[in-house]
Design a protein around this ligand. Structure first.
Ligand code: GRF
Length: 194
């Protein structure tokens, strides 16, 4: 069973999709804890599923590195095989990223390398793009620059608002994230057998 820690900052609909998938006893991954950088609304999903939560707020620390070291300790406490950034809206410094190399993935609402950063959907619309999508990728020291694991395309409709487009992207994103984590878990199982 793949142990997963999920980090969120927002509504946590991707987290909820994972929690629902993991309810199925045949799903090969378990969400062992959910962390956030603030009292995010999405933490309520973890509480309802009786999954441990932790909040590590940057404002309580003297530096980004100190914050990240405490966040890392909270994550490591749960001994995860995989850490998923699902709408976690902070840039993680090198000490955090290096400690979780190969085990840290992010989901991003664009077809990377296009439209990196916090306003990917808005930026795609502003650029007049006709398609965008979702990318799930490993996290490295850059912002949305890590190795791409999987992508899925979404067509942009004429006159579409940022909110409507983001909601359509998120529908695809949730399914892709669940599938990707399932595949990670199956791969880990195969490696354990070999
Ligand atoms: C997702 O689209 C994620 O890619 C982006 O923020 C959104 C989070 O949505 N960074 P939710 O909190 O999972 O509903």
């Amino acid at each position: 069973m793949l142990s997963v820690v999920v980090l969120i900052s927002g509504s946590g609909s991707n987290l909820l999709a994972l929690l629902k998938a993991a309810e199925n006893p045949l799903f090969p991954a378990k969400i062992v804890a959910v962390g956030s950088d603030k009292d995010a609304p999405g933490l309520v999903h973890a509480e309802l599923y009786e999954v441990d939560t932790f909040v590590v707020e940057p404002s309580r620390f003297g530096s980004k590195e100190q914050w990240a070291a405490t966040l890392l300790a909270s994550v490591q406490h749960h001994q995860p095989d995989l850490v998923v950034l699902a709408g976690f809206m902070r840039i993680l410094p090198a000490n955090f990223v290096a400690a979780l190399k190969g085990k840290l993935i992010n989901t991003h609402p664009s077809l990377l390398p296009d439209f990196k950063g916090a306003h990917a959907v808005r930026d795609a619309l502003a650029a007049g793009a006709t398609k965008t999508g979702v990318t799930i990728h490993y996290v490295d020291e850059g912002v949305d620059t890590g190795e791409i694991i999987v992508q899925s395309e979404v067509e942009i409709l004429p006159q579409e608002t940022e909110h409507a487009l983001h909601e359509r992207i998120k529908t695809i994103e949730r399914a892709l994230l669940v599938k990707t984590i399932e595949q990670f878990a199956l791969k880990q199982k195969d490696l354990a057998k070999a």
